[in-house]
Structure formats: structure tokens, C-alpha cells
Write a protein that binds this ligand. Sequence first.
Ligand code: ZN
Ligand code: ZN
Length: 280
Amino acid sequence: MQITFWGVRGSIPSPGPDTVEIGGNTSCVEVRAGKALIVLDGGTGLRLLGKTLVKQMPFTAHIFFSHVHWDHIQGFPFFDPAFVPGNTIHLYGGTTVSRTLEETLAGQMDHPSFPVHLSDMGATMFFHDLREGQLLELDAGDGKVAKITAAHGNHPNGVMAYRIEHEGHAMVYATDTEHYAVIDAKLLKLAQGADVLIYDSQYTPEEYAGTAGTGGPKQGWGHSTYEEAIKLANAAGVSELVLFHHDPMQSDTAVREKEKRAKALHGNVRAAYEGLTIKL
Ligand SMILES: [Zn+2]
Ligand SMILES: [Zn+2]
């Protein structure tokens, strides 16, 4: 498996001189499992992934949405390969909101907010509803399958966390989830023994408590901290932890400081940045 980060921010794109190193695009992670192309979320990082994928057309891609908040879907109208006939895109999402995934993606492209409608995109698209606990098997094109399982996290309007397994390796993507007083049993099960856990570490503990940063306490906002990420990673026996969904207010320096504090608590942890690739 190979994991590449195209967007690592939460909430809203945050370009500027203070975020050049970590990157300002919102959530998008590419996973290659054998020859299978799997994409986790369609934040603005998806636009950049699309620019490289046009060189590999025609292709079949599987895009899994954790949920449909803006920072996880806004890149889709700018995903160039979606406009090209011959490409096939499978789109997956949870069923926790009243609108279907297709309705939501079409809705963000409705006039007058966007000039081109979803139905005008040229690629062949298939929409799939996902249920918690469901096991999905994708042909990895190498004689093996990629197995995907999903579990609910803790987030306003709901969220899905995903585990992808291929050839004895496992990675887990758990963004936009808020910890509980005790370790989240669903995420603990999902992340058990994984090689890599990508986890929502939007805040420092002080920012979460409201004693640092802006906006006051963040309880109930649906995000977590690097300390809680480490608790989950340790409990689940995860090899490597990746801090993800950085707050748009955090500069490169602040993300590196967050990473440094996390490293003092856990051996194998790093902060996600645009362009980071992890090979398993
Ligand atoms: Zn988000
Ligand atoms: Zn969200």
C-alpha cells in the first residue's frame, strides 16, 4: 500500500505564507492498494490529485467520503478527471444524513453557486451507500483484494472512519471525530493492530479546552487532540500515528510544535503535510 496526502487541513482552506510547509488544502488522501486507486475525502486537495491523475487516464477510482462537510467535498467540482468520459468513479458515503451523497455533491454544484452541474461531468459515476460494519472488497488488480470496513465516529451530522487492508497491511483514516472520556470503542476496534492510523488532531489540548487560541472551548465541535490520538494509537497497538486535519489557525510553526509535543509522548508519530507519502 502507498498513502499520499494531498490535503491535510480541517474546516477551510488556509493558504498563505504561514502554511506553505504543511499546506493549506483540506482533507484528501490517496491510497494505492495494489493497483486499486482509493481516495479518502474530496476536500480541496482532490484538485491537486486530479492534476496528476489526468496523466493516467482512463482509470477507475473509488472515492470514500468520511462525511459531506464542505472541507471534505469542495474539491470534487474541480477534480478534472471527473469531466472526462472513459473514467469511472465510484463514490461511497454513509447514510446518516437526510440527503444522499449524490444529492449533496449535486447540491454544491447547483446554480447559482457553480456554473456546471454534476450531471454534466463526463465520467461514469456510481454512488454507493455504506453501512457501519459493512465489509467491502475491491479488486486490487494484482490478484488480491483490498478490504474496506467502516465505523461511525463522533461528529455533528455523523462521520465514517475507514480501515483499508491489503496484503497483510492495514491503514485507518479517522478524521473529524471527537474523543469521549473513555477511548472510543468503535475506533479502537477499527484501528486494532493497524500499520498507520490517520487521526483528527485538529487541536492542542489547550485549544480544545479554550485556554489557548480563539473561539473558546471546542467541546462538541467534533474534533480531537494529539493527546487523544496517542491514547487511541497506544490502546489499538498502532505502529505509526499521523496527526491530521490541522486547524486552519495553526501556522507551520504551530503544527511542528504540536508534532514535537506528540513525539515526546509517542515514538512513531508525525504531522501530515501535503506531499507526504507513506509506503507499507
Ligand atoms: Zn473536516
Ligand atoms: Zn466535519
